[in-house]
Design a protein around this ligand. Structure first.
Ligand code: GAP
Length: 489
């Protein structure tokens, strides 16, 4: 990271903390690595992002339904899915610092350094060598690459490396009271398997016809060895996943459709097309016949925000085999039984949160010839803003607070609001700008006479005088989910 991007990123992290969006978990005990808590405004923003996804998937599509499966699943699930044997990262330890690294990330850092130094040919060759080694699961070759390119441990500065070994990323724990008779269970590393094992339950109880989808939002856990970049790579995180079940042979057509649909969804959030790109997978996961990432241009570069995978019939077939229960669908049009193919879209809520937060955070210079001035604004789309409006009596006397509370009491059933009577109006505006509140409503002496208020718009900073009775409609129009959802159809 250059000094400038490093500063930008530090600014995002500190703003998120200062205004109650994201805190380090158990901070009073010095934190827990790669685990974070969402604060009072962060949880509002996160809930809004989840609501938007759920509405776009489940509410807009009559052939998609949502479920909420458990985090714990029968341990055989993870045998069948391939996670027990195959969900691992290639790790290497430095014998001097005793630090453990992901071998591919050490190499990626070197590629980045080559690129920064203008050695683009060398970077491209190294990328190819690494991709080939990963594709062939050739751990000895990965180690050789690290040695050939003189990659040193960032802590000790030495090249005293162990061999590269695979390290399983699943957390396990014991279920049951007695340690002896207890069963080893895993914290799910993806929410998807909760959908696969419920495929027939949902299909039958919901009388679903192919093509149809099952959506889910939920926590996932991975024992990531390298914890980096704030909420980008966490050990406990949240996913929003869709498994879309289709006729065999049509999966690549659906894969293309979902690629476009998901990119369109991200674009509605307003970060601009230049900030997104597709990245095709070189090494396909064991279950996929096509896979792509949607990448977002974070302050530290383009990184994956969502994965779209054509998962074939791998998962249902595996669960059928391991459970001994038929997981087939009878297609009345074809008069035929088959195991459906699956196209998956999987977006990380936390990475989405970071992308939206990073894009929204703007430092504006408002200086004039006479006066230096600036403000920090979170320019969230009004529909996802944590607080929709702030209600402010101009002064703390003359019955203005009572009138402001009366207005707030009418609006609070529909909108998340803040009441603020402390400090000057200017300072209060700045506080609301910094948390992304689209509207500030000021109650003044005129309000007592004619029941009008001023409404101040966050982005333009323009103020208008309107009837207090129109507030519900005006806030409703601008913060409505329709403004986002209608762009999708
Ligand atoms: N079911 C498919 C699946 O889990 P994935 O590409 O491993 O695919 C999907 O994960 C998304 O979950 C990623 O695009 C990312 O946004 C998010 N994600 C994965 N690991 C994460 C982590 N350690 N911390 C935060 N988000 C993560």
């Amino acid at each position: 990271m250059s000094k400038q991007t490093d500063d930008l990123f530090k600014n995002i992290v500190s703003h998120a903390k200062e205004y109650g969006f994201v805190f380090q978990s158990s901070e009073i005990y010095d934190g827990l690595s790669a685990v974070y808590d969402y604060g009072q405004l962060g949880s509002e923003l996160k809930n809004n992002l989840k609501t938007y996804w759920w509405k776009a998937m489940v509410q807009l599509n009559e052939n998609i339904v949502g479920i909420d499966a458990s985090i714990f699943m029968h341990p055989t699930t993870w045998k069948a899915s391939g996670h027990v044997d195959g969900f691992s990262d290639p790790m290497i330890d430095n014998k001097d610092s005793k630090k453990r690294y992901r071998a591919d990330q050490l190499i990626e850092d070197k590629i980045e350094r080559y690129e920064k130094d203008g050695k683009t040919d060398k970077a491209a060759q190294l990328q190819k060598d690494m991709d080939d080694a990963l594709n062939d699961d050739d751990l000895a070759r990965l180690k050789a690459i690290i040695e050939e390119h003189n990659i040193v441990c960032p802590m000790s500065g030495t090249k005293n490396w162990t061999d590269v070994r695979q390290f399983n990323l699943m957390f396990s724990t014991q279920m049951g009271a007695m340690a002896d008779g207890a069963e080893q269970v895993y914290l799910r590393p993806e929410s998807a398997q909760g959908i696969f094992v419920n495929f027939l339950n949902v299909q039958k109880s919901g009388r679903m016809k192919i093509p149809f989808g099952i959506a889910q939002i939920g926590k996932a856990f991975r024992n990531e060895v390298i914890a980096r970049q704030f909420i980008m790579r966490m050990r406990e995180f949240e996913q929003m996943e869709l498994q879309f079940f289709v006729r065999p042979g049509t999966e690549l057509e659906w894969y293309e459709k979902w690629k476009e649909a998901r990119l369109k969804w991200h674009l509605t959030l307003g970060a601009g097309a230049d900030n997104y790109r597709f990245h095709d997978h070189v090494k396909l996961a064991h279950y996929a016949n096509a896979a792509v990432d949607i990448e977002y241009n974070f302050p530290f570069g383009f990184k994956e925000i969502e994965g779209i995978h054509s998962r074939t019939d791998y998962d249902l077939k595996q669960h059928q085999e391991y459970s001994g229960k038929k997981l087939q669908y009878f297609d009345h049009e074809l008069n035929q039984n088959y195991i459906p193919y699956v196209v998956e879209t999987s977006v990380g809520v936390d990475r989405l949160f970071l992308s939206v937060f990073a894009n929204a955070l703007v430092h504006e210079d408002l200086s004039t010839e006479d006066k230096k001035d600036s403000r920090v604004v979170l320019k969230f789309h009004p529909a996802i803003a944590p607080v929709k409006a702030a209600i402010m009596p101009l002064t703390r006397k003359d019955g203005l607070p009572e009138k402001a509370r009366e207005i707030m009491d009418k609006l609070k059933f529909n909108y998340n609001l803040q009441y603020d009577e402390k400090d000057s109006i200017g300072k209060r505006y700045r506080r609301q700008d910094a948390i992304g509140t689209p509207f500030c409503i000021t109650v003044d002496h005129q309000t007592l006479e004619d029941n009008t208020v001023t409404i101040r718009h966050r982005d333009s900073m323009k103020q208008e005088r309107i009837a207090a009775d129109d507030l519900g409609r005006i806030i409703g129009d601008l913060t409505s989910w329709n403004n986002l959802l209608q762009q999708l159809v």
